[in-house]
Design a protein around this ligand. Sequence first.
Ligand code: ZN
Ligand code: FE
Length: 253
Amino acid sequence: MDIEIIPCLNDNYSYLLKDNQTDTVAIIDPSEFGPCDKKINQKYKKLDLILNTHHHFDHVGGNAELKKKYGAKILGFENDKKRIPEIDTLLKDGQEFKIGNLNVKTIFIPGHTSGHIAFYFEKEKVVFTGDTLFSLGCGRVFEGTYQQMFESLNKIKSLPGDTKIYCGHEYTKNNLGFCIKFNPNNKYLKYKEKMLEAKIKDGKPTIPSTIKEEIQTNIFLRYNDVDVKDALNLKNASDLEIFTKLRDLKDNF
Ligand code: ZN
Ligand code: FE
């Protein structure tokens, strides 16, 4: 499988995928028509499928025009059939489907929105997490509960450590500052900071990360780290309480 990162809007990423055995081409979360169309033209000159993680405009903005130009089919979560523009195929939690010969699994991860899903390629060890798990952060809780978001993040956290994570936004640098503030003694964060600085200096995306790296560095997966609990002054709080406090603090960071 080939994966092309397409920067869109201010800080969004859309992803263009190709199954090399069958030449099937899919795009994940086309934010806007222009840059996605340009990349499709450069690379493959065709588009078979459009996959949406959730209904927000910065993830579906290119749906209608791309579908019209390339005749692509649009796939999204069944409960969002009224909110995902021009949706054709309704996916259920746990549903498996194919992009050419590639197997993809739908994982329901509500919290950011009530119909958010991830796309998991188990064999290729890749997951597309939309606005649920970011590198060093997580999405805001808009439509769901903190408990739902917490459980959704834990679902992703349980994937194999070497799974690559492709998320919806380039927020990593801002997220790093928040992680360092409330997890100051985490040695992996210091290492990550150096890696990030090098990538940013070269104008490269900080994506993909991996599950293992995120478990080591992403404070929203580190609710049971004593250092984090100390920094929050919440030594005896539950995991969910720590997560909730972190999410609230991050909303105003
Ligand atoms: Zn969103
Ligand atoms: Fe977004």
